[in-house]
Every structure is written in structure tokens, then in C-alpha cells.
Design a protein around this ligand. Structure first.
Ligand code: ATP
Length: 292
């Protein structure tokens, strides 16, 4: 039995309390729906390039939750680049639908869509006649940032990618190593703090030592943000090490989309098993955050 004063209070508030519970239930449901919002979805997406007798993408349907680091893995020509170039509309779907943050991208202006999505490629694509600072400021300028904010952004991003701003701000791309150029490419893509980053084999041309340190930097940067990353790679060790989820493709189709641990423990088919067979040893340490 409640003490009399509590019982009286409970009786007095019985109707409002019920309403409160109902409101809390609805609020919980609402929050759950917001939390489950997908950063990117593909719904039955198809793509065949003109003249080709095969599908570059064949009925691709996946849902990518906000904050995931998705690594996209598969043999050469399986459609990895095509898949991510469709997200920022560098390529258009033949049929199907892609949404970014809940919005169908086909109704959106491609230029403003691209300005909201970070894009990093293997060739880096820094402007050779611009300094590091000017390269990083390209998008902030287009977005109309004032000088103070853009200067602060340059310094913050260079520090984030482990380059000393004082030393590197004024250098030209030709005065940087391949690894340093890739770091500047990352800084340039990250400066506007995009909620979605597309990275197409960004470390493909970098030697093993620099590659490992860049992987570690990127993992750290991602874990300090709420952004969603889609990262294309040929390298299964890189895919398992970086991905919170790994998307495995073959001949334009999605074969498996799962956590690295689940892929290691439950490969979907012989193709995935054959990819895993290329790993020598130590695959467990990859997915437990112990590095390669
Ligand atoms: N612009 C294009 N015109 C015609 N065919 C294309 C074009 N772009 C890609 N393809 C073809 O579509 C298929 C998928 O290409 P995609 O670049 O997406 O593969 P990928 O998995 O990224 O390959 P890689 O790992 O070698 O970069 C390939 O067979 C490729 O030859």
C-alpha cells in the first residue's frame, strides 16, 4: 500500500499520468524513427552504360544508417565507383531511387547536392596553381564564408589531418608527398563538415606505411564526428579494419552487407569465402580495433 499522501496524489493525477505515459510512448516512437533515419538508401537501382551488354549495377537495394563507416569491397569492375558516383549524381540511375538524408536526390540540384557531400578520390585533384590554404578554401569561398571563419577552418582541418598549419598552409601541391597531398584532399573535403563523405580508394596510390597512418587518422576523424562515410577499396584488410559495415559487391550486385565480425563468422557465399581466403592471418585483430 502507498502511504496515504502518495495514494491521494496518485488518485488526483491518475488521468494526467495516463496521458503523460501515452505522450512518452509517442515521443519514444518518434525519437526511434528519427534515430533510425537513413543517411543513404538505394532502392532497386539499376545502371547499364551505353553499349554495354551487362549491368554495372543490378537491382541494388541497401539502407545505410547515419554515422556508419561503410567500406565497399569487390573485384575490379564490380560497380563500386558507379555506386558512389550516383550518390552525388556524377552518374544518373537508369531506374530505381536513391535518397540522401531522407530526400530523393533526383529532384535536387546536383551542384548544391555535391556541395553538401564530401568527395575524396585517389587522384586527389588538388589545384596545382593554388596553395594548400587556397585549395582548402575553395568550397568555403563558394559558400560565402567570411575570411576569419575560413582561416580558422584551414588551420583546424590541417591539424586534424596531422599537418602543421604553419608549415603547410603556404605550400603548393608539387611541394607535398603523395601522402601529404591525400591529407590535404581530406582536409578540403572535411572543412565544411559534411554529414556524408564519399571516398573512392583514397589511399590506393599510397605506400604501406603512410597508408596505415592515414587509415588510422581517418578512423579517428570519423569516430569524432557523426558523419556517414562510404569508402571504396580493393583491399579486404582495409575494408575490415575501417568499416563499421562492409558492403561486398560482385558483378553489379550486392552480395553481403554486414558488420566485419559477421562477415568473418558468416560469409554469405563462396565469393565472400574466396575474398576472406586471401587474408593470411590475424583477421580477428582487424575487427577488434587492434589494427593490422
Ligand atoms: N563511363 C563508362 N562508360 C562505360 N562503361 C563504364 C563507364 N564507367 C564504368 N563502366 C563499366 O562499368 C563497370 C563498373 O565500373 P566501376 O568503375 O563502377 O567498377 P569498380 O568496381 O569501381 O572498378 P575498379 O575497382 O577497377 O575501380 C565496369 O565494367 C566498367 O568498365
Amino acid at each position: 500500500m502507498y502511504p496515504p499522501v502518495w495514494a491521494a496524489a496518485s488518485a488526483r493525477h491518475s488521468v494526467p499520468l495516463e496521458r503523460l505515459r501515452l505522450f512518452r510512448g509517442l515521443k519514444g516512437q518518434f525519437l526511434k524513427e528519427i534515430n533510425c533515419m537513413y543517411a543513404v538508401t538505394f532502392e532497386h537501382v539499376n545502371k547499364r552504360f551505353p553499349g554495354a551488354n551487362y549491368q554495372a549495377l543490378d537491382d541494388v537495394s541497401i539502407q545505410i544508417e547515419e554515422g556508419e563507416f561503410v567500406t565497399i569491397l569487390g573485384s575490379s569492375g564490380c560497380g563500386k565507383t558507379t555506386l558512389i558516383k550516383m550518390v552525388n549524381r556524377l552518374l544518373e540511375v537508369d531506374s530505381g531511387r536513391i535518397t540522401v538524408m531522407g530526400q530523393d536526390i533526383c529532384g535536387q540540384d546536383p551542384v548544391s547536392l555535391r556541395r553538401r557531400i564530401g568527395y575524396v578520390i585517389q587522384q586527389v585533384g588538388l589545384f596545382p596553381h593554388m596553395t594548400v590554404e587556397e585549395n582548402i578554401k575553395v568550397l568555403p569561398r563558394l559558400l560565402g564564408w567570411d575570411k576569419e571563419k575560413a582561416d580558422a577552418g584551414v588551420d583546424e582541418m590541417l591539424s586534424l589531418v596531422a599537418l602543421d598549419p604553419k608549415e603547410f598552409r603556404g605550400r603548393y601541391p608539387a611541394q607535398l608527398s603523395g601522402g601529404q597531398q591525400q591529407r590535404v584532399g581530406l582536409a578540403r573535403a572535411l572543412v565544411t563538415n559534411p554529414g556524408l563523405m564519399l571516398l573512392d580508394e583514397p589511399f590506393g596510390a599510397i605506400d604501406a606505411i603512410n597508408r596505415e597512418s592515414l587509415q588510422n587518422e581517418l578512423k579517428r576523424i570519423h569516430s569524432g564526428s557523426k558523419a556517414t562515410y562510404l569508402f571504396v577499396t580493393h583491399d579486404i584488410r582495409e575494408a575490415l579494419k575501417l568499416g563499421s559495415r562492409v558492403l561486398i559487391m560482385d558483378q553489379g550486385r550486392v552480395i553481403q552487407y554486414d558488420s566485419p565480425r559477421h562477415i568473418l563468422d558468416h560469409p554469405a557465399d563462396d565469393f565472400v569465402r574466396s575474398l576472406l581466403a586471401t587474408l593470411q592471418t590475424g583477421s580477428d585483430s582487424l575487427v577488434d580495433g587492434e589494427g593490422i
